[in-house]
Design a protein around this ligand. Structure first.
Ligand SMILES: NC(=O)c1ccc[n+]([C@@H]2O[C@H](COP(=O)([O-])OP(=O)(O)OC[C@H]3O[C@@H](n4cnc5c(N)ncnc54)[C@H](O)[C@@H]3O)[C@@H](O)[C@H]2O)c1
Ligand SMILES: [Zn+2]
Length: 351
């Protein structure tokens, strides 16, 4: 068991039963809510139930998927909390991936002006990314994460064994954030993980702690995303556009799959700027080997450009990127022209 300390909460990595029971006892809560979806109820809840000791709890089950990260699902959660006479002296445990973490945290923070909540991330993406940094929220008016707030949890509990029931596709998708963390902040980790041939749970577990530490150090230095935290957007400007573009098609992309393609394109942009003189080919080949290629044609360029313009991370009409100076070193607030961006998409398509 390892404990990672942040300013006002801790991340418990490994067997968390004793710490959990400690929080439950010290908090002297009126009642505990556990939010799950149908998958985490079947695959993760039995383990958590064993850790709860004699503490009673109420289960709130919602339907899985990003499509349900909405105000409608929040209403269902709040409704259950009302039915059970919930209040500020209760605790919510969010047992699930980033959808449950973001939305369950949002519901806990807003119900009767807020109760304590514990994040118990069960996907690789949520363990290394979503559960660190205090961002909570839901999608609204077809805009991802458009309603929400920054609020840290009481604690985060990361149990690596949860990853064993995750599909390989989900695992690989989450691993894109691990790769991103190494490319922006840790050259040694980048050279280690490039040795991976076929992705397995053991690989994810090996890099879990280091990856969480990278995210922690970045969000601690810039909790409200006024500067440095933007380095975490590497691969995400073009990646988000590709993800949105593939939505509602017969080949939708998982977040990490889109980000992998985005990291290739944005590494190309870095080279165009003269920042990444040597490593583009290595980055491209590794990401293509792990993720394959996502298909899009020249006809989607106008839509992709429009999506990038809309991306919330762009303060002006110019498009902002985080670029790589070298593996392990990133620069934020780099701008690229439309022509450069199109060239990067062409580079990707020609692989
Ligand atoms: N708050 C942040 O800083 C932050 C950062 C990155 C992403 N996010 C958000 O995270 C969300 C994506 O999270 P995600 O990738 O974890 O997706 P997700 O929460 O939709 O989970 C993916 C799927 O895996 C299932 N699942 C979860 N854990 C499982 C397990 N252990 N075994 C079997 N199945 C399991 C879920 O039921 C779901 O069907 C997005 O909404 C995104 O906006 C937030
Ligand atoms: Zn991401």
């Amino acid at each position: 068991m390892n404990t990672i300390k942040l300013d006002d909460y801790q991340i418990h990595l490994g067997a968390f039963g004793e710490d959990l029971r400690d929080y439950l006892t010290k908090g002297n809560y009126n009642q505990v809510f556990i939010i799950v979806d149908e998958h985490t109820r079947a695959d993760c809840l039995p383990f958590l139930e064993k850790q709860m000791g004699s503490v009673p709890y109420n289960i709130i089950e919602i339907q899985s998927g990003e499509i349900n990260k909405t105000i409608t699902t929040c209403s269902q959660i709040w409704q259950k909390m009302i039915e059970w006479g919930g209040g500020r002296r209760d605790l919510t445990i969010n047992l699930g991936g980033g959808v449950i973490g973001d939305m369950g945290g949002f519901c806990a923070c807003t119900f009767k002006r807020g109760m304590d909540f514990i994040q118990m991330p069960t996907t690789l993406l949520s363990q290394v990314d979503a559960s660190v940094g205090g961002k909570l929220g839901i999608d609204f008016a077809e805009i991802k994460n458009s309603i929400g707030l920054f609020k840290n949890p009481l604690a985060v509990m990361v149990w690596p064994e949860f990853l064993k029931t995750l599909s390989l596709r989900e695992l690989r998708s989450g691993f894109a954030e691990v790769i991103k963390h190494s490319l922006i902040a840790d050259a040694t980790q980048w050279s280690e993980l490039r040795q991976i041939e076929n992705m397995e749970v053991a690989h994810a577990v090996k890099f879990l702690e280091k990856s969480i530490l990278i995210k922690k150090s970045i969000v601690e230095a810039d909790p409200f995303e006024s500067g440095l935290r933007k380095v975490l957007n590497f691969g995400h400007t073009i990646g988000h556009a590709l993800e949105s573009n593939a939505l509602n098609t017969d080949q939708p992309l998982l977040h990490g799959e889109a980000i992998a393609a985005g990291m290739i394109c944005e590494s190309y942009l870095s080279l165009e700027k003269g920042l990444l003189p040597q490593d583009l080919d290595q980055i491209t080949q590794f990401l293509l080997k792990q993720y394959g290629k996502c298909e899009f044609g020249t006809d989607s360029y106008p839509k992709l450009m429009a999506l990038m313009q809309q991306d919330k991370k762009n303060d002006t009409t110019e498009i902002n990127f985080t670029m790589l100076k070298s593996p392990g070193e990133a620069l934020f607030n780099q701008v690229a022209s439309e022509a450069d961006i199109i060239a990067s998409l062409e580079y990707y398509r020609q692989q």
